[in-house]
Design a protein around this ligand. Structure first.
Ligand code: FAD
Length: 383
């Protein structure tokens, strides 16, 4: 692949850098302490086009390729993973999935609002009893005339308390050959749908994570995204691209850790000179730097494959596995460089570590990514 960025890609990266400096950086500590990002950030993200990347202009999108999407995601991840997650879910998992699988009517109904930031989307797959084994859903959608009636509970749903629409996965058929799962676009103001904020998270505290409870939620049959029984394929295709987005966000975390640690090492003095003079501190810094570069190159490879229309799912799992573990390592190494000051929230590295930790868990844990890669290597599914 060509690693040289085009003029457009350089420009969009600069725009994202400026956006983070202006709209995110001044608020990061306050949002983290308040456990809430200011919702006005969604409109601002829409205005600069970051919620419409890779979506056709015809549907309100901003066009652009997946490498540009990775560049923006890295910058947002460097600024605040809570904000990065809003984009990765509302655009990455919801809007892009509607663009890929939706009917013309569904695209026109939802995409302009999602790309402008008027609407927020959330992705409802996980349930209290169903995480990694995502095909084994207990939420049921039962056909009733020209409607479906949905009952079930969804857990850990990013953007859940804010969202206007949930891309919801429910078992709707027992037809053989499928996992019986279908995807639905459910407006969150539909009667019977209630949500409860999940508090006390280790990281991503600014993000609106929720439990969604569906009691006799009636949606028209036209709310189904893709044919009946295709829901598991919809979910897996969304997550294959989503994992690249998580990986790009992780590159941003690792880069923020590197920048903070290098600056601090050049200022803090111990034993009569700055700690940057100590070889073991340089080892910590160089380990972070290698993690940043390796994670970024794996991530860009996925973007390149998608943009060239080639298979990318296994490479996306590799990038997500490596980048998420690298982000945790990088933030932890940076915290070590900061010594005791790394442990209090006046300095940025503790938050980076808390935010990084979940990246090895969601959109498939590190173990699940290894099973995806192992299946590709051996031809044997160990799920
Ligand atoms: P489990 O599946 O119970 O796993 C527990 C442990 O067992 C893990 O270590 C796992 O790796 C291991 N394990 C399980 N099966 C195997 C196996 N076959 N082989 C080896 N090891 C195995 N979900 C959504 O649908 N939408 C969202 O927007 C969303 N956002 C999230 C935001 C946050 C902050 C968090 C914490 C989670 C979010 N999730 C979301 C859910 C997330 O995707 C799940 O937590 C994740 O898939 C793991 O499921 P689980 O927590 O039930 O763990």
């Amino acid at each position: 692949m060509n690693l040289e960025l085009s003029e457009e890609q350089v420009a969009v990266r600069r725009l994202a850098e400026e956006f983070v400096t202006r709209e995110i950086a001044p608020h990061v500590v306050a949002w983290d302490r308040a456990e809430e990002v200011d919702r006005s950030i969604v409109k601002k993200l829409g205005e600069v086009g970051f919620l419409g990347l890779t979506i056709d202009e015809e549907y309100g999108g901003a066009g652009g390729d997946h490498l540009a999407y990775c560049l923006v995601t890295e910058e947002l991840g460097r600024g605040d993973s809570s904000v990065r997650g809003i984009v990765s879910v509302s655009l990455g998992l919801v809007a892009k999935t509607i663009a890929a699988w939706g009917s013309e009517e569904q695209k026109r109904r939802w995409l302009p609002g999602l790309t402008s930031g008027e609407y927020v989307g959330c992705f409802g797959l996980t349930e209290p009893g169903t995480g990694s084994d995502a095909g084994n859903l207990a939420t049921r959608a039962v056909r009733d005339g020209d409607h479906y009636v949905i009952n079930g509970t969804k857990m850990f749903i990013t953007n859940g308390t804010w969202a206007d629409v949930v891309l919801l996965f429910a078992r709707s058929t027992d037809a053989p050959g499928h996992k019986g799962v279908s995807a639905f676009l459910v407006p969150t103001d539909t009667p019977g749908l209630t949500r409860r904020a999940v508090h006390g998270k280790l990281g991503l505290r600014g993000q609106a994570t929720a439990e969604l409870v569906l009691e006799d939620v009636r949606v028209p049959a036209s709310a189904m995204l893709a044919p009946e029984g295709k829901g598991f394929s919809v979910a897996m295709s969304a997550l294959a691209k989503g994992r690249m987005s998580v990986a790009a966000g992780c590159v941003g975390i690792a880069r923020a850790a590197l920048e903070a640690a290098v600056t601090y090492a050049g200022e803090r003095e111990q034993f009569g000179r700055t700690i940057a003079h100590h070889q073991l501190v340089q080892e910590l810094l160089s380990d972070i730097a290698v993690d940043v570069d390796a994670a970024r190159l794996l991530t860009w490879r996925v973007a390149d494959l998608i943009d060239r229309g080639l298979p990318f799912a296994v490479e996306s799992s590799k990038a997500k596995l490596f980048a998420s573990e690298a982000a945790v390592r990088a933030a932890n190494n940076a915290l070590q460089v900061f010594g005791g000051y790394g442990y209090i929230d006046e300095y940025p590295v503790g938050k980076l570590l808390r935010d990084a930790r979940v990246m090895t868990l969601y959109e498939g844990t590190s173990q699940i990514q290894k099973l995806v890669i192992g299946r590709a290597l051996t031809g044997v599914s160990a799920f």
